[in-house]
Design a protein around this ligand. Structure first.
Ligand code: XUL
Ligand code: CO
Length: 445
């Protein structure tokens, strides 16, 4: 079906009233097959499990343009010349889409809702108008802000970074924009505030004082935290790790790097992590590994859901569809108590040649159904299968006797020698990886 251009009646998606749960047997492409928002899984509704969010930038600002070609998506809300009129039309379309999809949250960068003005003051004024407009939209629809963030990477002023820029004046400008967006997030009742370190990294170490840049980043985040708390922000600050792209080496490389950075600068109580599937795979980690690393450090916050491509090494931001991958992720998330202030934000874009308005529905429906199905599988594995027991058994030698004494710090290296002598021959204990994998496969049904 082609694009429906609607100007007068302001209906952008006339082909659907509401995406409903119709179950596995439905052939309706505009219905959920697995995501049933009220269905209880482990005593919690699917809606509360996921806290799904639509990413404003991909779905309403993405135009399909790439380094090889001009935009392909001529969406009807992107035609007005005047910045404010365009911003309002786009927000009308966004709230119509999110309501019809039945998703409870959205996320945006400052410049997603309205372009910067020619001066900092004009940018701030523009944002205040859009905050008023968004407040009305949120109140009328019940849709809430999962997180706000500042785009500190698109404008040419940030070509050498924002908080890590060698020029202090650029850092100050970035501070002004972050302050404005923290105010916006508070005013709109946002649950979290995200820092993705866009161009915080380097292209060449030859011209870079890495120590100084990282210290500037730490100081900058302390200032943001202090300002937010002073203004009454009770949500979580989140950092989103990514190893490369756009810079050759991003400072927020992966979960482990960010955790130690946060501890170095005393930020670990206010900051958690926003983990993205495709960023994990770019760092040569699985998504589950990144989730487990953050969880074990007490810093798991939220996720940006998407997937990469097996055959290439860049951030393709495709919608999630890999059931095995998401099941492994849901196992980690469920075992550790699920989302609190965070949720599942679709930081994903439809392909350049997916040009119909229906495609953005199909994409989100597919992503949500993948997560819903993975949740059901993971819950069944944790409740019914020997998965947890098998893993626990691998560590049985630490549950009592000398193994427990070791865990409790009661032994010395000399004790270990004596235990080794007394223990005699070491028995082989299988890791049984294939058996673990079979359990996941068995429960995919
Ligand atoms: C970039 C990315 C961003 C952040 C928000 O790879 O993931 O869209 O999620 O700035
Ligand atoms: Co992201």
């Amino acid at each position: 079906m082609s694009i429906h251009v609607t100007t007068g009646d302001k209906i952008y998606f006339p082909f659907v009233e509401k995406v409903e749960f119709e179950g596995f047997d439905s052939d309706n492409p505009l219905a959920y097959k697995y995501y049933d928002e009220n269905r209880l899984v482990g005593g919690k509704s699917m809606k509360d499990h996921f806290r799904f969010a639509v990413a404003y930038w991909h779905t309403f600002c993405g135009n399909g343009g790439d380094p090889f070609g001009t935009p392909t998506k001529n969406f009807p809300w992107a035609v007005k010349a005047d910045a404010e009129a365009l911003a309002k039309e786009r927000m009308d379309a966004a709230f119509e889409f999110i309501s019809k999809l039945g998703v409870p949250f959205y996320c945006f960068h400052d410049v997603d809702v309205i372009d910067e003005g020619t001066t900092l003051l004009e940018s701030e004024q523009r944002m205040r108008k859009m905050v008023d407009y968004a407040k009305q939209k949120q109140a009328a629809s019940g849709i809430q802000l999962l997180w706000g963030t500042t785009n500190l990477f698109s404008h040419p002023r940030y070509m050498n970074g924002a908080a890590t820029n060698p020029d202090f004046q650029v850092l100050a400008h970035a501070g002004a924009r972050v302050k404005d967006m923290i105010d916006t997030t508070i005013e709109l009742g946002g649950s979290n505030y995200v820092f993705w370190g866009g161009r915080e990294g380097y292209l060449s170490l030859l011209n870079t004082n890495m120590k100084r840049e990282i210290e500037h980043l730490g100081r900058f985040l302390q200032m943001a935290r202090d300002y937010g708390r002073k203004m009454g922000f009770t949500g979580d600050f989140l950092i989103e790790p990514k190893p490369c792209e756009p810079t050759k080496h991003q400072y927020d490389y992966d979960a482990a790097t960010v955790i130690s950075f946060l501890r170095q600068f005393g930020l670990e109580k206010d900051f958690k992590l926003n983990l993205e599937t495709n960023h994990a795979t770019l760092a040569s980690h699985t998504f589950a590994h990144e989730l487990q690393t953050a969880t074990d450090a007490g810093m798991f916050g939220s996720i940006d859901a998407n997937r990469g491509d097996e055959q290439n090494g860049w951030d393709t931001d495709q919608f999630p569809s890999n059931l095995f991958e998401i099941t492994e992720a849901m196992l980690v998330i469920l075992e550790n108590g699920g989302f609190k202030k965070g949720g599942v934000n679709f930081d994903a874009k439809t392909r350049r040649n997916s040009t119909d308005l229906e495609d953005i529905f199909y994409a989100h429906i597919g992503g949500m159904d993948t997560f819903a199905r993975a949740l059901l599988i993971a819950q069944a594995i944790l409740e019914k299968s020997p998965y947890k027991k098998l893993r626990q058994e691998r560590y049985a030698s630490y549950d009592s006797g000398k193994g427990r004494d070791f865990e409790e710090g009661k032994l010395t290296l000399t004790d270990l020698r004596q235990i080794a002598l007394d223990g005699g021959q070491i028995k082989q204990i299988s890791g049984r990886q294939e058996l673990f994998e079979n359990i996941i496969n068995q429960y995919i049904r």
